[in-house]
Design a protein around this ligand. Structure first.
Ligand SMILES: Nc1ncnc2c1ncn2[C@@H]1O[C@H](COP(=O)(O)OP(=O)(O)OP(=O)(O)O)[C@@H](O)[C@H]1O
Ligand SMILES: [Mg+2]
Length: 166
């Protein structure tokens, strides 16, 4: 686990660019956090950095949006805030958005917890002040190390709890 403070939307976007450079398809990324913690801000920047052009809107009503980035990589952006567990979740076309060489981002993953496989990257965002957020990045050891190194190179302070360092 990595933890860091995101002191502005620009810092959140910087984390997005770092992640964008390190995610390899197929890959599932979940983003948890209360309303307004910057989940869409983060995903939008990752999509842009992966070459998605044009508008990237929050799929809060459509539940899912799909894009094609550079190199033809398919990127899906899901927002499950309005999906209810049970019937709704059972009817959702999960298979259209998972695997198949795509990178899939899921905001509010809880409603899909029974259908979603374990995430390759779990991002947790929390409110700290009006402008700042706390972020946690949970991923495989090697990926976490690369993310930490890239963030430090950009001058961002990253904490790695002692018990987690190997
Ligand atoms: N450090 C920060 N990182 C990200 N956004 C921030 C930060 N500080 C302030 N903000 C503001 O908080 C808002 C975050 O909105 P965003 O839609 O990205 O959040 P969200 O977590 O996707 O919300 P929702 O749960 O409604 O989908 C934006 O208006 C943004 O400018
Ligand atoms: Mg959002």
């Amino acid at each position: 686990m990595l933890s860091l403070t995101l002191t502005s939307p620009a810092t959140t976007r910087r984390l997005g660019r770092v992640l964008a450079g390190l995610l390899e398809p197929p890959c599932l990324v979940t983003i948890e956090g209360d309303l307004g913690t910057g989940k869409t801000t983060l995903v939008r920047e990752i999509l842009r950095a992966r070459g998605v052009r044009g508008a990237v809107t929050s799929p809060s009503f459509t539940l899912a949006q799909s894009y094609r980035g550079s190199g033809g990589v398919v990127l899906h952006h899901l927002d499950l805030y309005r999906l209810s567990r049970g019937a709704d979740a059972d009817l959702f076309a999960w298979d259209d958005y998972l695997g198949g060489g795509a990178i899939t981002f899921v905001e509010w993953p809880a409603a899909g917890s029974e259908a979603l496989p374990p995430a390759d990257v779990r991002l947790l965002l929390r409110h700290r002040t009006v402008r700042s957020r706390e972020a946690e990045v949970h991923a495989a050891e090697a990926l976490e190390a690369c993310v930490a190194e890239a963030l430090r190179k950009l001058g961002m302070a990253v904490e790695r709890p002692a018990g987690e360092r190997r």
